[in-house]
Design a protein around this ligand. Structure first.
Ligand code: GLC
Length: 734
């Protein structure tokens, strides 16, 4: 298809139509729309008419092959130039087979597994006719009050970027025309996770250096991995709504990053420029959106109602519309839609691949690797001969898919109780309470008295996190905490399994439980994964990628914090005048990188030597499995830059490796450091590594103390480093 000649044939109304995204029900009354935002008024204001209905560019929320086929066929009968519709949806952690939520998946510290999850999700979604997924969400998050933390991969800038690349590779492969690929839409640009007070949609305000050092890199990594779309966020950055920000959308995205893909607003976020107070009308909001560089208006009606007149009155240049339409048409072309508007749609494959054994097995394995063992006082693994009391709302709850569960169906999920029954494990049962209301803790106490060990399944309902799911009290609901405290009076060992979308304040849970397994929302195979872990058929290996605070009052918190001028760690410091709380520790209850196993690993013999004058170092550490079970450990490498032009984090993750170590043996783990890992954004905007001392830490979580010092002899600029790397890579290929 010759895009330029197609563009020339298009009327102004047809061009504007391509910039509009609407719900599929406008084309298919049988469709029950997947609504992820305010909708009633938006549809009234959409500007939709019988005349322009078959000129729109995309729909949001297709989820079945038959539906996609029906809509596309009908649409192409009416679209004058035969330009196919784009089908987009939120495939965030699965389409019909639901994998653990992203914050759980991140706890695997396993890039290839994350990529596999995205690949299988794309295979299922493409068979249903999807072309684009609104994923990965790469927003950096340091505040567990924010409900969308469950969608993120946590608080570390580097790890978020690694996962961002894995998602994009998994969805897109290296050939977007493949019938089983999905174009990735990275979101939410930008810094949506830094909402003040952890309150969704709230103001974001930070220095440009903070934005570029911590919040932007993961979006860039997704783009460098080939993400074809990016979604603007609801929040303001430096007072300007992201959806109207020429700084973000043109200066950074187009000029600095050379992004040539499609930009799309989040749901009605163009219209919301009015609520933000930067537009006095829907027309002005649309003008600001198109001038800032938003190509597709998702569900606001601003473009469809007003752009035509604004072009005719020269308020908006037709060039802005043309550049947006061009990018959308190129995306459709690169997806192969002009050759085959029905690419991917396959009702037979859909039946075969959705919830296939292969995908369910993957979902179960990933759920096992995503769970994080937070406490285990020699209780786990359980023996099947033990008399077990299964208690709590999540013993039988199917609310284990979590928010953004695509087309997953709760009734297809395996509960904890289902899995115990499948394994013929004997137990007595009592629910005790729902998520937030007592049923009968007295009865649960009587049931617990019959058992040797109490298996307690507690958690948040999925609506208590996710979008618009912010909480100021991040403890378990009161009735659950009361039930746990009562059960603890029996003096029997308690194993608590948690289902939640955010880091919780777990002080009471830890106090009353002998073992605590963080299961997050494990997805379709939840119960089977948890059963295998609890009874030792699988060994917990997950590690947190976000801090669990001691108390919500510590938030926002991060392991890569700055030292401050009055750290508590200074020898001889006056204890009063140090950076601390009077009523809580500074540290997390469970820190970034933390997670237990059924064995124990120790670290020793950390060595570090410079490889050459090229400022490359090779580190090595000995990891010993001190226990009686073979198991995997996630070895973590952190670097500190103790003296720099700005105050630098106490440490930052620079690498990790999942290693299998046989019981009673050890293995050497190596790590290569180069100057790029030492660079940071200087106040003058330059990115470089300063000459001077650095400290390397190796260990099992972000509080590890084993360390070695090394020196960078001369300052290295990023440009200089990149050139050197390019020269070296061309020399090696020569
Ligand atoms: C929602 C979310 C966004 C999602 C979009 C479409 O409001 O903010 O993450 O992709 O709408 O469902």
């Amino acid at each position: 298809m010759n895009i330029e000649s197609l563009l020339e044939q298009m009327t102004l109304q047809e061009k504007i139509g391509q910039l509009v995204q609407i719900l599929p029900s406008v084309y298919d009354p049988q469709t029950s729309d997947t609504v992820t935002g305010p909708v009633a008024q938006l549809m009234e204001e959409s500007g939709l008419t019988e005349e322009n209905r078959f000129e729109l560019g995309s729909v949001i929320g297709i989820n079945q092959a038959e539906q996609a086929l029906r809509i596309q066929q009908n649409y192409l009968k009416h679209n004058r130039l035969g330009i196919p519709l784009l089908f987009m949806a939120d495939i965030v952690h699965g389409h019909r087979t639901i994998y653990p939520v992203p914050l759980a998946l991140a706890s695997m510290w396993d890039i290839s597994e994350m990529e596999l999850m995205a690949r299988q999700s794309a295979i299922e979604a493409a068979a249903s006719g999807l072309h684009v997924t609104f994923s990965p969400m790469v927003d950096l998050v340091r505040d567990a009050r924010w409900g969308r933390v469950m969608e993120s991969t946590g608080e570390d800038v580097w790890l978020n970027g690694e996962y961002a690349k894995a998602f994009v590779r998994g969805y897109q492969t290296d050939d977007l025309t493949r019938s089983d690929s999905l174009a990735a839409c990275v979101k939410h640009f930008a810094a949506y996770g830094a909402a003040e007070g952890g309150r969704d949609y709230n103001t974001v305000d930070m220095s440009d250096r903070e934005l570029r050092e911590f919040y932007l890199p993961a979006y860039l990594k997704a783009i460098e991995a080939g993400a074809r779309l990016i979604m603007t966020s609801f929040n303001v950055v430096d007072g300007v709504p992201a959806t109207a920000s020429t700084y973000l959308l043109r200066q950074i995205l187009r000029n600095e990053w050379q992004f040539d893909g499609v930009t799309i607003s989040d749901w009605s976020s163009i219209k919301e420029l009015i609520q933000h107070g930067v537009a006095g009308s829907l027309a002005e909001a649309g003008e600001k959106g198109i001038k800032a560089g938003v190509d597709i208006d998702m569900m606001s009606g601003a473009y469809l109602n007003h752009l035509e007149q604004q072009i005719e009155e020269h308020v908006v240049s037709i060039d802005l519309v043309d550049e947006a339409v061009r990018r959308i048409l190129i995306l459709k072309q690169d997806l192969g839609l002009f050759e085959n508007p029905y690419r991917g749609i396959d009702p037979e494959l859909e039946k075969r691949i959705h919830l296939s054994k292969e995908h369910r097995d993957t979902a179960r394995r990933l759920a096992e690797k995503s769970c994080v063992l937070l406490k285990n006082d020699h209780i786990l693994p359980l023996a099947e001969s033990q008399r077990i009391a299964l208690i709590g709302p999540f013993a039988t709850s199917t609310d284990v898919l979590g928010p953004w569960a695509g087309s997953g169906k709760q009734e297809e999920a395996i509960t904890v109780r289902d899995a115990l029954d499948e394994a013929n494990i004997k137990y007595v049962f009592a629910e005790g309470s729902t998520v937030d209301a007592e049923i009968d803790w007295d009865q649960a106490m009587e049931v617990a008295k019959q058992a040797e060990v109490i298996l307690l399944a507690l958690g948040e309902a999925s609506w208590m996190s996710g979008e618009a799911g912010s909480r100021t009290d991040i403890r378990l609901p009161k009735t659950q905490r009361e039930g746990l405290a009562r059960l603890a009076t029996l003096g029997k060992p308690i194993v608590t399994v948690l289902f939640n979308g955010r880091p919780l304040d777990l002080r009471e849970v830890v106090e009353h439980s002998d073992a605590v397994l963080e299961a997050w929302y494990p997805g379709t195979e939840a119960g089977r994964a948890i059963h295998r872990l609890l009874f030792g058929h699988a060994i917990p290996s997950g590690k947190l990628t976000i801090s669990f605070p001691y108390h919500v009052g510590q938030l926002p918190m991060r392991y890569d914090a700055l030292p401050t001028g009055r750290p508590m760690t200074i020898e001889g410091a006056d204890p009063r005048y140090t950076s601390k709380y009077l009523d809580a520790p500074n540290e997390a209850l469970f820190p970034f990188g933390y997670g237990l196993s059924y064995t124990h690993f120790s670290y020793s013999q950390l060595t570090l030597c410079e490889q050459s004058k090229e400022s490359i170092w090779e580190a090595s550490v000995l990891v010993t499995n001190e226990g009686t079970l073979d198991a995997e450990e996630i070895v973590q490498w952190y670097v500190q830059d103790p003296v720099a032009d700005v105050s630098r984090p106490l440490r930052q993750l620079k690498g990790y490796e999942r290693v299998f170590v046989k019981a009673g043996s050890n293995r050497e783990v190596t790590f290569r450091i180069d100057a790029s890992m030492l660079m940071y954004q200087h106040p003058d905007g330059s990115v470089k590594a300063d000459a001077g001392e650095f400290i390397l830490y190796a260990g099992s979580d972000s509080t590890c103390t084993l360390h070695e010092t090394f020196w960078l002899k001369q300052t290295i600029e990023k440009e200089q480093f990149d050139e050197h790397i390019n020269d070296r890579s061309t020399s090696t290929t020569r």
